[in-house]
Write a protein that binds this ligand. Sequence first.
Ligand code: AMP
Length: 209
Amino acid sequence: MKLILLGAPGSGKGTQAAFICEKLSIPSISTGAILREAIKNGTQTGLKAKEYMDAGKLVPDDIILGIMEDRLAEPDCANGYILDGFPRTIPQAEALEKIASIDCALSIEVSDSEIEQRMTGRRVCKDCGKTFHITGNPPKKEGICDDCGGELIQRDDDNPETVRARLTVYHNETEPLKSFYEGRGKLRRVNGVGSVEDIRDSVFETLGI
Ligand code: AMP
């Protein structure tokens, strides 16, 4: 299955992607995680991307498309993948259509006020990138990743001001993708508010997996 996860920042795309990835044994590809890794490694791409990310803006399409063309050509993508955070603009979606035939775009629907509350509590593993929430999806041991034992930190772009900027960008640039995929008969929606497990169950049911 080739699946796109759509949703505002903090809507739970990464969390649900991990469930689907485990169930279907296909990779979950997060452009945000790839960019954060590039920043950590001090690469040229990372240096360019950081200024946009810290301001809550989108990284230019040409950088993102270069990354994704390479990533989707890797062998582990042969049986499908979950795209978490890509495409985020209409030009990215059009470029993706040229290299892949997507089965479904699943939109995780969460209101802005809920998003703003959630983001401040989000924590991410410094080493493996797994996400937690201090109240909604806490790690077994405070500050420590359940999976790899890495330290949990708050992302630089999860502060309230940047969150608001990212939500504006989401509504202006990414939300039009819902109509794009709806017009192609590929859009599915799930309610993204509730327990992580309940949302997982409705995601699985909607995808028929
Ligand atoms: P995320 O982890 O998906 O919330 O992404 C974090 C940040 O990375 C975003 O706020 C953007 O600055 C950048 N980013 C991630 N994916 C994309 C994309 N597909 N297009 C442009 N910028 C992106």
